[in-house]
Every structure is written in structure tokens, then in C-alpha cells.
Design a protein around this ligand. Sequence first.
Ligand code: AMP
Length: 506
Amino acid sequence: MNANLYHLFQSRFPADLDDCWCETEDQHYYSWRDLERGTAKIANLLASCDLPVGSRIAAQVEKSPEALMLYLATIRAGFVYLPLNTAYRASEMDYFINDATPAIVVCSPQNFGWVSQLAFKAGTRHVFTLDTPHAGKNSGSLLSRAATHSDKFKTLEKNPDDLAAILYTSGTTGRSKGAMLTHYNLASNIQTLQTYWQWQKGDVLLHALPLFHIHGLFVAAHGALMNGSKMIFLSKFDSATVINQLPRSSVFMGVPTYYTRLLSDPNFNRDCCATLRLFISGSAPLLSETFHQFITRTGHTILERYGMSETAMLTSNPYQGTRKAGTVGLPLPEVSVRIINQVGGICKTDEIGDIQVKGPNVFSGYWNMSEKTAEEFTTDGYFKTGDVGYFDADGYLSIVGRSKDLIISGGYNVYPKEIESEIDALVGVMESAVIGIAHADFGEAVIAIVVMHKGEKLSEESVIQTLKNRIANFKVPKQVYFVDELPRNTMGKVQKNILRETYTKQ
Ligand code: AMP
């Protein structure tokens, strides 16, 4: 059996290939036949470049159906896809290109000058350009070169363990690492999710996430492809456009920031969610407050799930059954998740420890980093996620933070999430981040950075005083800073490394 992931998607295309596969916000329609032919042309172009087996194709391109076709054509032709965040600048791109040594780099026409210079220096054979084709602009050399190729292509035979993609982790500390994902990792995960989330005939996915990250590519786009479902493709998230398009959709996936932005839009209401079957959140913690506000406003309960570049999705709240606020749900079928305490034993219910995972979803290692890979796996084959959490009595997992964000103050472990939840519960607080900074006496001192709702005010003393009555003294922040917003990356994750840098200097 051909284990090529594209082969699996092909088997799920709707019977009528003239059905709509993808519709853009500026009303361009692509059929499944367009997808099949478009990926064939690009795959033929890639194949004509006579590249060695396992070649990497790196892409730093704006989101468009053609960008998704480039990804699919890459795996169809048997190569390894390497998506890169559009925000990366020259020094970052230089690192990725030299580390992954892609045979082909695809970039936007306006970046061609500097990207091609870096790429050719690193030994890349071809640099193509790709732009959003419908902006009345030239769509770049990739599509014009592909246009001269045949629209038929026999999807390459692949083994389950062959690489399909390398995803570089966001790397908030040290070097960013390339997580190597196989055709089987991706296929098994999306098959599991299709069943778990009960994708249905007639589902329409409203796709607002970026395509360079696991969430938009391997959860959202894969989900629709796996189900033969149409996508409404937005070039980026924007509340007004999402509110406009929701009434034509049944599934929506987002990072928590999307949900808070929707809730802060007065036009977002029950009516625009009438056709929705499922709202999914992930990539960063969804605040309980957002979870509950969403129910009150729309009648829908957001389903929160947990995953990472190295493991795809590993837990999810159930489709049917209770979705618990503040938890990331239960381990997915065939995925084994365990929590290990400081002495290497399995944690009891409610005991906090390191989250480890094993299963068909778990990546095959970090590109060019065999030592790092070996360090991150246990001798019995579990991957150490670097996240810290606990299971409740019903088997639901809660994440309390990244292990590197754990604060050790005066010899005691302080889990930021616990204190953040206490602070978030104070009247007027919108959200907070708790970090540790170097302290001569305690090793690390707990400090809090707090965002208030508009028009609300609290003093540092009152926050500290209230917390002193609720939690042990060693957990109470020594200082509280008030800011307008927390620094976040494109996936909505609070960048605690930036906060640590800022507040260490103060
Ligand atoms: P990435 O590889 O960029 O997807 O980042 C993965 C990390 O995001 C995980 O290791 C978690 O720390 C975090 N993450 C993902 N989903 C959730 C979630 N639902 N709640 C809390 N953290 C999450």
C-alpha cells in the first residue's frame, strides 16, 4: 500500500471532482479537480528538477490556496516540506536554510533578492517565487514554471516512515529545532481526529489560521482534506471577516486570541454561529473566562485540544461528553500520555509532573540533532514534551506550564498557572502572566504581569494582599506590574522569555 499522505487524501476526495474544494474571501473558487491538477503541475515541476531523494522544499510564502497546493505537491512528489513563518527575517532564514539545506526555496517576490542570496550561498539549487495570485499581481515563477508541465502526476510511492515534513519549533530558548514528521505520523493523527471530532458529510471549514504551523496545516487543512470537505480560506484572521463567513461554515479552529477577539466584537452573537457544529481551540491555553463567556454568548462549548510540532495532537476534550474548562481533555485513541514525578514514578491523580507521550503521532527526531533527540526520549520510547501538568480523577489533562517556566523560589516549586488562575479570578483582571526572575535570596522570585479590563484598576498592594489570603506566601508575587497587553507570538502563545528579559532588567 502506498503510504504517501497525498494518496490517502486522494482516496477521500468527493465523488464529484467539480465540487468546491476551496473558496477564498475574495470569492475565487477552486474545485477538487483544480487541486488535483494544480498539485500535479507543481509536482511535475519539482520532479523535473532532478533532486535527490529526501530533498527539502522550504517555503516562506503568504497564505493562499496555491501555497497549500505547493505543500501537497511536495509530499505528492515524495519530497519533504519545510514551512517557514512569514515573519522570519534574514538572520532567522539564514539559520533555517543552512540547517535544513533545502534543494528548493520558495519565497514571495518581494523577498527574492535577499532570500535567494542566502539560499544560493547555502547550496540551494532553485529559488522560486509565489505570490497570492488574485491580488492583480504576477503570481511568481513557481506557478508560471509549473504551468508548462502536465496536469497529471502519479503520486510517488512512500513508506510509512518516510519523512513528509520538517517543522521548526518556535524555539524561545536556544536554537530552533526541526521536528521530523513522517507520512505515518501525519496520516495516523488526522485519521484519529476525523473520527474523534466526528467530521461529517457536508462540513465546511472556516480556515483562518496561518499555514506555516501545525495547527493551520496539519489539524485544520488536513482535517478538511481528510473529510473531502470544502474550506473557506481567509488570508488571515480578522473578526469582521470571520463573523461574515461563519454563517456559511460548520467547523472553526482557532488559537485562544481569536476567541477573545471575537468576543470583544459586539457583532459576534448566537445568530452568526447558527450553522456551526464545532469550535476548536489550541496552541495556547484557553482561559476559563473565555470558555464560559463563549457559551453564554453563542450557546457553543469550545472544544480544547493539546498538541505540539513534535507530536501532532495528543489529547482532546471529547466531541460528545463533557468538555471541561481549563483542561485539554483525554489522551487520543492509540496515544499514550503519562505524567512523571521528580523521582521518576507515575504521578497519582492531581499530582503535577512532566508530561510524556508515545504513539504513532510522535515524530522521528530532530533534524541534524541526534544527541538532542536521544535526550528528549526516555529509554522506553516516550517523548518528553517539556510541558508540566496533571490528570484529574476523570482522566482529563490540565497543563500548568512549560517545565522551563517552572519557578523554583526558596527551594519550592511554583507553577505559574496556579497563580495566574488566582490573579485572573480577581475582579477587573483580563489576564496575567507569572514568571520567575533571578533573586539573590530565593534563587528566583515570583513576579506577575497583569492586564486589566478597560476602565478597571487595581493596585499592586491590593493584588499581593488578596493573594496572601489565598495561597502560600512563597507563591505570592513579590512584584506586580500592570501592562496593556502581553507579548504573544503569531500562534497566540505568551512569550515568557521576553517578559523574563524585560523584567530582569528592571
Ligand atoms: P507548537 O509546537 O508551536 O505547536 O507548541 C506546542 C506547545 O504549545 C505545547 O508544548 C504546549 O506548551 C502549548 N500548547 C498547545 N496546545 C495547548 C493548549 N490547548 N493549552 C495549553 N498549551 C498548549
